[in-house]
Design a protein around this ligand. Structure first.
Ligand code: PXP
Length: 235
């Protein structure tokens, strides 16, 4: 059975919309763990559009499952990660203009630069995962760097329809097998929701799914009736 890492970035997105204290992603992490989440994932972006440094430091203290810090492979983020020491750091590409992480990290051809960052994280007792497209060249490059984990980008599958969707699923299956046979743990995520998750969760070699937007979206609507009733009772 695949385990579930809940990405709580969008609780912070909602908080930042008003610039206040609510809703607090720390509370979301506690509730996600009480509901059975196996891990908590948070992305500290360079532009701090959702998670703030304070969130990451507090998550480190309160998360009792494991904390997965998503980060761009930059000097600034390396400094934070080494200070916080999450259980695992997932290296992702980051562009300022994007709404969310778009493609996977280009690892092939960039081994030397990435290896320096990965080595420093691993020496600080932080496991490293590389968020990559389901592509054999990227898997081989991840293996050369010597990381313990990869996270396969499921966004192509999530966005495809018809035969293309079937093909993307097959590619994920084959690449999960390839990464596993190259000695790495295999996670997956991006764009997974209540309708498309089962086919990925069923894959033998995928260990953990990282899911954010669909869970936070459902949480806001599933709580709507109670929230309105609570306000009506006060009025
Ligand atoms: N995995 C990675 C590496 C991501 O960057 C994201 C988005 O922050 C996710 C998983 C979760 O994607 P979604 O919010 O679409 O579930």
């Amino acid at each position: 059975m695949a385990t579930l890492g809940v990405n709580i970035d969008h609780i912070a997105t909602l908080r930042q919309a008003r610039g206040g204290k609510e809703p607090d992603p720390i509370h979301a992490a506690v509730l996600a763990e009480l509901a059975g989440a196996h891990g908590i994932t948070a992305h500290l972006r360079e532009d701090r559009r959702h998670m703030q440094d304070r969130d990451i430091y507090l998550l480190k203290q309160i998360v009792s499952t494991h904390l997965n810090l998503e980060m761009a492979p930059t000097g600034e983020m390396l400094h934070v990660a080494i200070d916080v020491t999450p259980y695992i750091a997932t290296l992702v590409p980051e562009k300022r203009e994007e709404r969310t992480t778009e493609g996977g990290l280009i690892v092939a051809g960039k081994e030397r630069d990435l290896e320096k960052i990965c080595d420093q994280l691993q020496e600080s007792n932080v496991a490293v995962s590389l968020f990559i497209d389901p592509d054999i060249q990227q898997i081989k490059a991840a293996k050369r760097i010597g990381v313990s984990h990869v996270e396969l980008h499921t966004g192509y599958y999530a966005n495809a329809t018809g035969q293309a969707r079937h093909d993307e699923l097959q590619k994920l299956r084959e690449m999960a097998y390839a990464a596993n046979h190259n000695g790495m743990h295999v996670n997956a995520g991006h764009g997974l929701n209540y309708r498309n998750v089962s086919a990925v969760a069923d894959m033998e070699h995928i260990e953990e799914l990282n899911i954010g937007h669909s869970i936070i979206s459902r949480a806001t609507l599933a709580g709507m009736e109670t929230a309105v009733r609570d306000m009506l009772a006060l009025i």
